[in-house]
Design a protein around this ligand. Sequence first.
Ligand code: CA
Length: 538
Amino acid sequence: MKKILLGLMMFITILAMAGCKENEPDPDPDPDPDPDPVVIDFSEVYPNSGTYYQLFVRSFADSDGDGVGDFNGITEKLDYLNDLGINAIWLMPIHPSPTYHGYDVTDYYGVNSDYGTMADFENLLNEADAIGIDIIIDLVINHTSNQHPWFQGWLNGDTEYAGYYRKITTGDSRLDNNGAWGQNIWHSMSGGYYCGYFGSGMPDLNWSNPVVQTEMVNIAKYWIEKGVDGFRLDAALHLEGVNEVKPPTIPIDSTLLQLELFQYQIETEYPNIYIIGEIYDAFSVSSLFYQSMDSALNFEIGGEIIHALNAGFSTDYVSKIIRYNEIIDSYDNSGMDAPFLKNHDQDRMASILNGDTNKLKLAAEMLLTLPGNPFIYYGEELGMFGIKSYGPYWDETRRLPLPFGDEFTTSWFPDEFNTNLENISEQMTNPNSLYNTYKSILTLRNNSNALKYGDIFNYEDGDNVLLGYYRVFNYDADNQEIVLVLHNVSNGVYQLYFSDEEVLYYSDGIANFDGSIGPKSTLILRISNEMIGNFYGE
Ligand code: CA
């Protein structure tokens, strides 16, 4: 927080200084006008900052021809992710599990044999580390599989596991709350009911029992020692029973406290571990968790982007983005926003936007110019289609095989959604592909400290058909990088009036920029302090 506030104060100070600088002689000319520049590796200053790629192992890349994605497949395709401009990977659950998705773990210390061996996983960690790609893993802390030895032991009265799970007895008001709602959560067992918020196969752990906390901390440290760079905490909102009754009446304070203790025990020993939580709720709720973790996935931004693209304007997109970051900065823990378009629990962007490539490209440009750590769900860089509930299936069709177009393409599930989609090999060679938009904007972001780490300020006319914001990175009091990002979400063409700028990016290619910004396009300019506010008008 301090860093960002300081940046804002310096920014304002420099603006004030800029006005009077011209008329005043320099009283002390610099005796050494060309000192050797101090090269700072800002990736070490911001160790967990970057663009993350959410990867479903089963669907990503198959190395051994059995049709199922695996660790060695990811290792083989690290170059693909590196070329795209990805800085870190979030692996969806890698632990042994009876289900295809893995969100019901039976052994937190093992790896899913479908995906390979522990040696394969360690090799992936080493190879990714060698090219500077971090790996965080899903840690399913809210619940286990009902086949986990803890749950089986608890059911059987094994005293070692007493208190590991949550149980109520007949007559508890939670059971009957809102009828079916309570009965979907509480599942019959001998002598009462156990909590399974996500179904009877996924019993909720009892986080009020400190032993559960200790188990999870030990598990996290085990994976850190192997080289994992952080954790995405699944269903972190629900640890202490939030939303078990409707309307929610249980305060989330105890959950926040549990997560704060979890973070404290890990980050005191391993300060650079990245902890990001799934708080599947409005930002007003998820933002509370910045006191307990480094990031909380932002479930609002994707919807805001879709709304602006479909409406052709927005009255509050930029101001909302700025507000998100102000709130995050108000927590004193160097929190980073975690924007994303859609994830594995949601319909894919291409399905929502009817395959409109221009909208999909602009969505990518909007996402990847935002502050914080943007998350890309695998396949979004191709415009993959996928919606819920296809025939007898539920979420499988939102998690389909990534079409590499080579022998690594997985085949564990038939894909009838993307038969006409250009695969990766084709999109890489097509300069107008969505893939190449992702790559271009990521290349720009990776070469811009302003876009990677900078603060965000509203452009003077920041919400309209042109959504505009400055990204500003302060090196010191005299040096800063400023970029102006302008998204035209409308179908109109807008003439812009400015000079002495450097065009860093235009959707149709810098060579095609003629001073006006076309429909569903993004323009990014590098500018100087003196130019702020001088763009619009004639
Ligand atoms: Ca395989």
